[in-house]
Design a binder for this molecule. Structure first.
Ligand code: DAK
Length: 258
């Protein structure tokens, strides 16, 4: 792969957008490679993913403006669908996806981060939805996911103003869960991925499904889904093993994803 790297460590995988010369901007090739990597991840071998950007300056500085300059209406729709399909794949991916934002997360970069399960960032991170300054609206889900993450008022302010916010403000409004010194970001992301990957994988995956589907539904419908998934956990060997270990006061249960 030219623009996206994938590496497995322990039981988690790290996806790195690797187009540093363009601040990791998303062109069609990056989106295609990201799509292919996601399709080929062995969800039995890894239990959590991290997405980050190469270099110390930028996570993803948005969709590639040079590529977009030449697009007509149908080209714009095609490009938009490509991005939206990949981002939906991340949002609904079987495994939890942590976004480690190491610098600029602008436009499509902020939207990529929003399609992950949660976000942590470096003190150098900068966030914005600058699209209205370029004559477009956020087109990779930003008008929908940003308001779900930070509330409608803050999302509208960010989108209408196209203004940048720093890491401290991102933390204050709930766009990220934590801020780290740049050199501590990946160790923190990997520590979280390691903790998550040691929990019962099927239970973690079903929690993701319950939270994601419930976020679109009235609470009574959401709790119906939760009840069904809760019941399904009782069919797993991992549930039996973990409850048995608790009763027998054994620690550090190993889960087998079944
Ligand atoms: N696209 C292409 N190249 C980019 C880029 C981008 N978004 N951002 C940076 N680069 C390139 C620069 O052109 C430059 O390349 P060379 O000119 O050296 O070849 C290199 O990266 C370094 O950038 P700078 O020289 O500008 O670096 P600075 O430190 O001076 O500035 C910056 C860093 C991040 C503040 C600045 O590069 C910047 O403002 N970049 C643009 C940020 C931006 O506006 N991003 C949002 C793009 S809009 C759609 C769905 C979604 C979208 C669109 C359509 N459809 C449904 C159709 C999404 C839109 C967006 O994301």
């Amino acid at each position: 792969m030219e623009f996206v790297k994938y590496e497995q460590r322990n039981r988690y995988g790290i996806i790195t957008i690797n187009r540093e010369e363009a601040l990791n901007a998303l062109n069609s090739a990056v989106l295609d490679e990201l799509n292919e990597i996601l399709d080929n991840i062995d969800t039995n071998a890894v239990r959590c993913l991290i997405i980050t950007g190469a270099g110390g300056k930028s996570f993803v500085a948005g969709a590639d403006i040079k590529e977009m300059l030449e697009l007509d209406k149908s080209g714009g729709e095609f490009f938009g669908k490509k991005g939206n399909d990949v981002f939906a794949k991340i949002e609904n991916f079987a495994l939890p996806v942590i976004c480690a934002i190491n610098g600029y997360a602008l436009g499509g970069g902020c939207e990529l981060a929003l399609s992950c399960d949660f976000r942590i960032c470096s003190e150098k991170a900068v966030f914005a939805q600058p699209e209205v300054g370029l004559g477009i609206i956020p087109g990779f889900g930003g008008t929908q996911r940003l308001m779900r993450a930070v509330g409608m008022g803050m999302a509208k302010q960010m989108i209408y103003s196209a203004g940048k916010i720093d890491a401290a403000e991102a933390l204050r409004i709930g766009l990220v869960n934590a801020v780290y010194a740049p050199e501590e970001l990946m160790p923190a992301a990997e520590k979280l991925a390691d903790i998550i990957s040691k929990n019962a994988p099927i239970a973690v995956q079903k929690s993701k499904i319950a939270i994601n589907s419930g976020s679109q539904l009235p609470i009574n419908k959401g709790t119906e889904i939760e009840t069904r998934l809760f019941g399904e956990c009782f069919e797993t060997d991992d549930r039996r093993a973990a409850m048995g270990a608790f009763i027998e006061r054994r620690k550090n249960v190993e889960f087998f994803n079944r």
